[in-house]
Design a binder for this molecule. Structure first.
Ligand code: G6P
Length: 608
């Protein structure tokens, strides 16, 4: 959470910082601020609101060097006094993404040393700590390095001093940070998207790196304090891919990008005649031979992808699979099975609980680990033995959409690899599955074409406060995902149940004001699901059924049907996700909420 950006140039950096912040807003958006060096003074502007407000407030601000921050509050309420940058005696300015765990003891000590704290944040201790080392005569680099040795926790920081017009120091440990290399100007940011308007040449920093960033040169120091060279890479992410284009919201854009994202994720198998373990890494074949079960760890939407995979893995590959919420797993006493393959699923690859769960699993003796992730440079990818990169492209809307469906594609590929290795897939079946996968982008597009009908259905939800989602089997996790999407962006209280559980409690809630949304694929559970729907109808509940074409559920009074174009067999959960994404999007439009930046949430949850 939180995004930081910094720039040192021969031109006014304020527009660069503001554009960067705007692109980082998905990481947190409750307040924003910047500080630039101008005429030997630190000129700070902060706003208890969005970057747009900060832009207005900083219309007359300028400087050739500066740092900026967009915040998702952890320590201290969202307010101007808690907004970054934090300063120490007008000499040092700091922006920070992460959490300093020992800030209370540092704050007590620094207060005793005479430092006055003006915020409730953990970050302010960094500013005073750097100050305390800087006034001893250390360079800004040395003062920052000394301060960092005293910090416990996670950070990506930028530091400037009012008497240093040529350098910014940035550093990372536990939070992402990269540098952007320009011509006689250099930058750093939490994410490459922030820098694309000024450069696509980037250096991904490693854990513990500290960098002295100047206009003409920069020097990276590794965790051991020694100078180190890191490769300059040209980012493949285009500026267009992080722009809104003709769409109204990123979420809508990203929903519509799913056919392409799925096709890109399938690229490794699209032209091959068979599916091989190597797509998960060079050591995958050997690793998969020696495993006897699977443990999937993830949070949020990624957790739902894991729940779908459990059905596939057990049914198709015949391998026992457990799925656990990462934040639960990391703190409970579990019985490790070293022969289990631990899969961590994450769009961002920087979710703190998922990273900690992976480290916890490794500490328990798990050696077979696989990360399925959308960000190649992420910590999760680096920490795992095996890896598969989904190719969804940058996802900016806080509510995850294309990252989810591409995770499902990756997990289905894994299922096929394991099924084949275990002799549970005939060559004919393998070809059928590959054919179905190749058809998936086109099938997804057909579902997207239902958008106008779904927008109409959404009108029925404008005045609703609650909603119930039902699914069975493979589609129960899709009901969970539909409910999560609706609550995230429309703030309607939504719950999902396996339809068979209806009569064990939730049926008591059903009346004419409680819409019931049902995912109804034409699978073996269809007849049972139909009976569950009758139970709802008999209690006056309004039903919205997302049904496959051949399910023969008829539209009657109180029963609204959305016919899906085709039945996709095992891949059906991927197709059935899309109308639920669109439904929540259009309900949010009805409600007038901030679709891409729902209240209280953030895209990358880098805190526990
Ligand atoms: C946040 C996001 C969700 C996401 C979850 C897990 O809650 O708002 O969209 O599903 O984090 O994120 P990850 O990057 O690990 O998939």
């Amino acid at each position: 959470m939180c995004g930081i950006v910094g720039a040192v140039a021969q031109r006014n950096v304020v527009p660069i910082l503001l554009e960067g912040l705007q692109r980082l807003e998905y990481r947190g958006y409750d307040s924003a601020g910047l500080v630039v060096l101008h005429d030997g003074l630190l000129d700070r502007v902060r706003s208890n609101g969005r970057v747009a407000e900060l832009s207005e407030k900083s219309a007359n601000t300028q400087g050739l060097l500066g740092i900026a921050h967009t915040r998702w509050a952890t320590h201290g309420v969202p307010s101007e006094r808690n907004a970054h940058p934090h300063m120490s005696r007008n000499l040092i300015g700091v922006v920070h993404n992460g959490i300093i765990e020992n800030y209370e003891s540092l704050r007590t000590r620094l207060t005793a040393e005479g430092y006055e704290f003006t915020s409730d944040t953990d970050t302010e201790v960094i500013a005073h700590l750097v100050h305390s080392h800087y006034v001893l005569g250390n360079t800004l680099l040395a003062a920052t390095q000394a301060a960092l040795t005293e910090l416990v926790g996670a950070y990506a920081i930028g530091v400037i001093a009012s008497d240093n017009a040529d350098q910014i120091i940035c550093a990372r440990r536990g939070s992402p940070l990269l540098m952007g290399i320009g011509i006689e100007e250099n930058f750093f940011a939490s994410d490459v998207s922030a820098l694309l308007p000024v450069t696509s040449r980037v250096v991904y920093l490693e854990e513990g790196d500290v960098v002295e960033v100047g206009r003409l040169a920069y020097q990276i120091f590794a965790a051991d304090g020694n100078p180190v060279d890191r490769p300059v890479q040209v980012s493949e992410i285009s500026n267009e891919s992080v722009s809104l284009g003709n769409y109204r919201h990123y979420m809508q854009k990203e929903i519509h990008e799913q056919p392409q994202a799925i096709a890109d994720t399938l690229e490794s198998v699209c032209n091959s005649k068979s599916i091989v373990p190597g797509i998960f890494g060079a050591e995958a074949a050997a690793s998969f031979e020696s495993i006897d079960s699977i443990l999937i760890l993830a949070c949020g939407t990624s957790h739902h992808a894991g729940l779908v995979a459990r059905y596939w893995l057990e049914e198709i590959a015949g391998i026992q699979c457990t799925v656990e919420i990462a934040s639960e797993y990391r703190y409970r006493t579990s019985v490790p099975n070293p022969k289990a393959l631990v899969i961590v699923l994450s769009q961002s690859g920087e979710t703190a609980d998922t990273l900690a769960a992976l480290n916890h699993a490794k500490a328990l003796g798990h050696t077979h680990t696989l990360a399925i992730c959308n960000v190649p440079e992420s910590a999760l990818i680096r920490l795992s033995q095996l890896r598969f990169l989904t190719r969804a492209g940058p996802e900016i809307g806080v509510a995850s959409t294309k990252a989810f469906t591409t995770q499902l594609v990756a997990l289905f590929l894994l299922t096929l690899v394991l099924a084949k290795q275990r002799g549970r897939l005939t060559p004919e079946q393998e070809q059928q599955h590959l054919h179905a996968l190749r058809h998936l982008p086109a099938a997804t597009q057909k579902v997207l074409d239902l958008e106008p009908q779904i927008a109409k259905i959404a009108e029925h939800f404008a005045d609703k406060q609650h909603a119930l989602f039902l699914g069975r089997g493979l589609h129960y996790p899709i009901a969970l995902e539909g409910a999560l999407k609706l609550k995230e962006i429309s703030y309607i209280h939504a719950e999902a149940y396996p339809a068979g559980e209806l009569k064990h409690g939730p049926l008591a809630l059903v009346d004419k004001d409680m819409p019931v949304i049902s995912v109804a694929p034409n699978d073996v559970l269809l007849e049972k699901l139909k009976s569950n729907l009758q139970e709802v109808r008999a209690r006056g509940g309004e039903l919205y059924v997302f049904a496959d074409a051949d399910t023969h559920i008829r539209e009657t009074d109180g029963v609204h049907i959305l016919q899906m174009p085709e039945h996709a067999g095992y891949l059906s959960p991927i197709l059935h996700t899309i109308p639920l994404q669109l439904l929540s999007y259009y309900v949010a439009l009805q409600k007038g909420t901030d679709v891409d930046k729902p209240r209280n949430l953030a895209k990358s949850v880098t805190v526990e």
